[in-house]
Design a protein around this ligand. Structure first.
Ligand SMILES: *[C@@H]1O[C@H](CO)[C@@H](O)[C@H](O)[C@H]1NC(C)=O
Length: 248
């Protein structure tokens, strides 16, 4: 019933010796070697996020274009809105730091998990909204900016081994995302056909109630972003057989 949006992003890319051709030997990390993988992924995020890396099938992550996202919550939700973002960007993925990883061992067919923190993540671009937020009617279209500050995230997925030309690749399935921002700022320009007083009041109201509103829309946003991350991770691991990423 709900779909959609917001926050996060992640990237996950594993396996590349920085500054070397990939796949090379020796591989930078052993299977399941958490500290090494954390360091490697963090280096990749800071060095590759703003450009992507064709050698890794890694798309550009900062900004990450989001063509369309729709959050539609039913009348049973206190945040009963139909909100569409078109041609938005997510900014800030390059500020993400992985804190811990679990999984990435020899067996693909397991749960793999990344715990991370993003200093700030912003979804910005054109929006259109109608509905009600905690009993107040809301409507408008213009530019919006939703910024999450100091956001802890957990990304987990189940690896699925896929055979191709006698080699085994990993596909990410059932990816789940959970996000816990310290604070969230909303800014919707041009609400109520540009009525400034009404628009300013609504933005103040949204920010005063940021947490209650976030809790209502969180699930649909996480679901939408989970699809994006699952595609990014699967893409990276489709480039080489899983065994090429790690040392025994
Ligand atoms: C979004 O808003 C934040 C402040 O909440 C600001 O720092 C950032 O520059 C804005 N980003 C865009 C793309 O407008």
């Amino acid at each position: 019933m709900s779909r959609i949006i917001l926050s996060i992003a992640v990237c996950f890319v594993l396996g590349v010796p920085i500054g070397a051709d990939f796949p090379g030997d020796p591989k930078p990390c052993k299977y399941g070697e958490s500290d090494c993988i954390v360091k490697l992924v963090n280096e990749l995020i800071s060095s590759k996020a703003s450009q992507g890396d064709r050698a890794l099938n890694l798309v550009k992550l900062d900004p990450l274009p989001v063509a369309k996202m729709n959050i539609k919550q039913g009348a049973d939700s206190p945040v009963n809105i139909d909100l569409t973002f078109t041609d938005n960007n997510v900014y800030g993925i390059s500020t993400m730091k992985i804190r811990k990883v679990k999984g990435f061992g020899k067996s693909i067919d397991k749960k793999h998990e990344l715990l991370l923190n993003a200093a700030t993540l912003t979804l910005a671009g054109p929006y259109k909204i109608t509905g009600k937020v905690l009993i107040l009617p809301i409507s408008g279209s213009g530019e919006s900016n939703m910024t999450l500050v100091n956001c802890d995230m957990i990304v987990s997925f189940t690896g699925k081994p896929v055979e191709k030309d006698g080699e085994t690749y990993m596909e990410a399935t059932n990816l789940k995302l959970s996000t816990k921002p310290e604070r969230l700022y909303y800014l919707f320009s041009n609400l109520f056909n540009g009525d400034k007083a009404l628009g300013d009041n609504m933005n103040t109201f949204l920010n005063d109630n940021w947490e209650a509103i976030f809790l209502e829309v969180q699930q649909s946003m996480q679901t939408a972003f989970a699809e994006i991350f699952q595609a990014i991770i699967t893409n990276v691991f489709s480039k080489y057989p899983y065994a090429k990423f790690f040392e025994e």
